[in-house]
Design a protein around this ligand. Sequence first.
Ligand code: PLP
Length: 401
Amino acid sequence: MRIYLDYAASTPVAVDVLKTMKPYFSEKYGNSGSLHSFGQEAMAAVDMSREIVAKAAGVDFREVIFTSSATEANNLVLRGVIRALGPKRQLSSKRRKFNGPAYRIIVSAIEHECILETVKDLEKEEAEVIYLPVDKNGLVDLKKLKNSLNERTILVSVMYVNNVIGTVEPVKEIAGIIKNYKADRIKSDWPYPLFHTDAVQAFQYFDCGLASIGADFMTLSSHKMYGPKGVGALAASPTGIKLVKPVITGGGQEFGLRSGTHNVPAIVGFAKAAAIAVADRNKEVRRLAELKNYFCKKLKKIIPSSVFNSPAASAPHIINVYFPGHSAQDLIMKFDLAGIAVSAGSACSVRAARFSHVLEAIGLPPERILGSVRFSFGKPTGREEIDEVLNRIKIIFKKHE
Ligand code: PLP
């Protein structure tokens, strides 16, 4: 029996989600932009899905923009906020004094590649980028954040839960710091900096009400919550939604913010998955925290030399482990041969076979980075499965010791 422990990379589509999606492939297949009844049927499904995702994100109907992925949603916010300002915006005399790009964006050093590669691209011309360092637990340096906020800062982007080690960032505190910074600017109607959080790994386990976090934007991904791949969303605050411009232009779907014919089955499935995730959230967070604790204790008994890279207070579904004297690539192959699917870091970085920038940022030495494996748990993971995994690990390590 194969055992999947890579739920942070992707999740299976839930049975109820698939059932909800099915009619939209070959029965209700209209284009949501068409005026006839087929089109209206599709549009009604998109509208209903938008209501559900908006409720789950604590925003209004018009503040949800469906995208093809979290990657696209992250691109939309980073590039779209700059686009809305325009490169030639007249800056106040104080802001004009700076002799570099007009805008500053602040991100954490451990963001997902789709944030880091995008800001790297923006760094070429459009923006100056400040990378916030993290401590050994992966927590962002709030002092550095406070010191980095300036007149030119238009966006701060810090993820809610890190996908490699599971660190839960203090997003509410970050929102508070930005709010205080704005409040100190007496009589200014300048609405920046805006705050964005990538909540892809958080949504299943933590409250993701945009207003309760205090963020202006939040990114979600369907395939990390038992929905289909190829669909995500950017949720925005009433202020945020007015301050973003489209990156993909065309037929004007998504209130003009993301053109392209709606992927109706995927959107319907995403909404169903989001509703289930919210309903199951409290139960799942407790169940998985217990399971992870059990796994860690047993693993440490079987392989006493193993070291946990994830902080004690990490998200319940992720545990990153260092196995001294082993290479992660090698271990992943051995695990795979034994029927266990795990990951070296984030799924996207496997093919590139490079150092995990996250493990590097928390200060781990090269040999530890190269010997670390990420286990991630999900809804189908139970005690029996964990016991079986531990048995197989024991055998793998006995064979190779
Ligand atoms: N952000 C985080 C934190 C992720 O873990 C991932 C996927 O690994 C993404 C963004 C990208 O999501 P998508 O596959 O929907 O583009």
